[in-house]
Design a protein around this ligand. Structure first.
Ligand SMILES: [Zn+2]
Length: 80
């Protein structure tokens, strides 16, 4: 964790909208919530997290910062 390096192989998978861990379609990944107007946090079935950028229509790996931002937002709301 915490390594910025993304291998070319991972980039290709993300361009194809596939999870870099299990190659499942990210279009079917669970939507956890919005990070901002244009960005949504997703979680694949293998628990890897991604950010979907609506503006660019592409997926990126979620950074630790983005995950923490989301968890903070989540804590503001009562759990159902
Ligand atoms: Zn996956």
């Amino acid at each position: 964790m915490g390594i910025k390096f993304v291998s070319p192989f991972q980039s290709i998978l993300l361009q194809k909208r596939l999870c870099v861990g299990c190659t499942a379609s990210l279009d079917k990944a669970k939507r956890l919530g919005k990070l901002s107007q244009r960005r949504e946090l997703l979680e694949c079935k293998c628990k890897r997290r991604y950010v979907y950028n609506k503006e660019l229509n592409e997926y990126q790996r979620a950074t630790l910062q983005e995950e923490q931002q989301f968890l903070r937002e989540l804590n503001k709301k009562p759990l159902v």
